[in-house]
Design a protein around this ligand. Structure first.
Ligand code: SF4
Ligand code: SF4
Length: 386
């Protein structure tokens, strides 16, 4: 079934019609789970807040009707970033916040450069049309040193004490290092990180010990995107019964981990929204596992599992380039279909991981433990970023 508008979505989607127009207040959403069938809220770490286990990653859309539809359907966790679509995603959310701020838990991310952070926070608040977000994240620190940087922590602490955010955290693509640094800091209240079926056991264990310490876990990149958003390769959206998409099975796999507080797939259409809302409150089944096995058997020939936590080629390049970082940036272009996002992430990499270094090599000596062609990675990265 495809949905082209908010009205269409609410009329046809079972969950949407159940929750629509009920006027849920923030206090209800944040204090106790909804009684609506299959709308599930989870504790967000030790914040005392309840958030929908299905969140909304606002990075693909500038459609306010889609945001309204998601709130109507019971989703209350929204995540965006200062840098997404050059600020247009924050601006879009801001138009909705004008009237619905109290109904959602609002998260945004700012860059980790201490000299820019204060200004970025104020710009983001303005775009979001609010004085205070619920969660402010530093966007993408990758090392223990960055996560424990005193200047960064000071800016974030100030933002919290000035009432510009209620809680603070960071996002990272260096899962185990990032989670352990969060525990060590005794400071950060949440970590947003890639987590999916390909995540190795050490990531699953690190999530568990972090959550035990009361730090909220926000899972991103749950969908294993190889070609375009929601059209992974090959596209096997439905199982034999036509009842479950591969994306739904992948989301259920992540939510099957009780240490995950919310998962934030990028939602770009009412069809995605209906798929994702329907996952809430459902259990991972044997059928899902079968779908995932089929899907990942194909996907792993193209997908760098470094996104999910594979460290098989770390520090293998004699010039300091991290091929898994290049693959992640390339995935934004070919997996998410966003060249802008690919470039934004690439230019946020440490200078040591830039593609210019590859001019030193005729052949890439980095070997992928999962059989990916690293020369193809270098070639694709040159095409996109050189
Ligand atoms: S390139 Fe291969 S070894 Fe390196 S992170 Fe990706 S999947 Fe793992
Ligand atoms: S081509 Fe050379 S510099 Fe580039 S990643 Fe491979 S080994 Fe490193």
């Amino acid at each position: 079934m495809s949905f082209t508008s908010r009205r269409d979505f609410l009329k046809n989607a079972a969950i949407g019609s159940a929750a629509a127009g009920t006027g849920l207040s923030a206090s209800v959403l944040f204090s106790e789970p909804s009684g609506f069938n299959r709308i599930r809220y989870r504790d967000l770490g030790s914040t005392g807040c309840k958030v929908s286990e299905m969140g909304f990653g606002v990075l693909h859309t500038q459609d306010t009707a889609l945001i309204h539809g998601a709130i109507d359907s019971g989703i209350n966790y929204f995540d965006t970033a200062h840098g997404y679509q050059n600020g247009a995603c924050e601006t879009t959310l801001g138009k909705v916040m004008k009237t619905r701020r109290k109904e959602i838990f609002l998260t945004t991310k700012i860059s980790g450069a201490p000299e820019k952070m204060r200004e970025e926070i104020d710009i983001s608040l303005k775009r979001l049309q609010t004085d205070c977000v619920d969660m402010l994240l530093v966007h993408g620190p990758g090392s223990r040193e960055q996560i424990l940087n005193n200047d960064t922590m000071q800016v974030m602490d100030d933002a919290r004490s000035q009432g510009k955010t209620r809680f603070i955290g960071f996002s990272t693509h260096n899962q185990v290092v990032g989670l352990d640094a969060a525990i060590e800091s005794n400071f950060w209240q949440s970590v947003s990180l890639p987590y999916n079926y390909f995540s190795p056991p050490e990531v699953i264990d690190a999530i568990k010990r972090t959550r035990k310490n009361g730090i909220a876990i926000i899972a991103m990149k749950a969908l294993i995107t190889v070609e375009r958003p929601r059209k992974p390769f090959p596209d096997i959206r439905t199982d034999k019964n036509g009842s479950t998409t591969n994306q739904q099975a992948l989301l259920r796999w992540v939510l099957n981990d009780p240490n995950v507080d919310t998962v934030i797939p990028g939602i770009g259409s009412f069809e995605h929204l209906a798929d994702d809302v329907a996952v809430m409150g459902t259990k991972l089944t044997m059928n899902d596992r079968q779908i995932i096995r089929r899907y990942t058997a194909n996907a792993k020939q193209h997908y760098c599992q470094g996104i999910a936590g594979c460290t098989g080629c770390r520090e293998m390049c004699p010039y300091g380039v991290e091929v898994h970082d290049l693959n992640r940036c390339i995935n934004y272009a070919y997996g998410y279909g966003s060249i802008d996002l690919a470039r934004y992430n690439y230019y946020n990499l440490p200078r040591s991981s830039r593609i210019e270094k590859c001019d030193n090599c005729e052949t890439c000596v980095v070997k992928c433990v999962n059989g990916l062609d690293t020369n193809a990675t270098v070639h694709r990265a040159r095409t996109l970023f050189a």
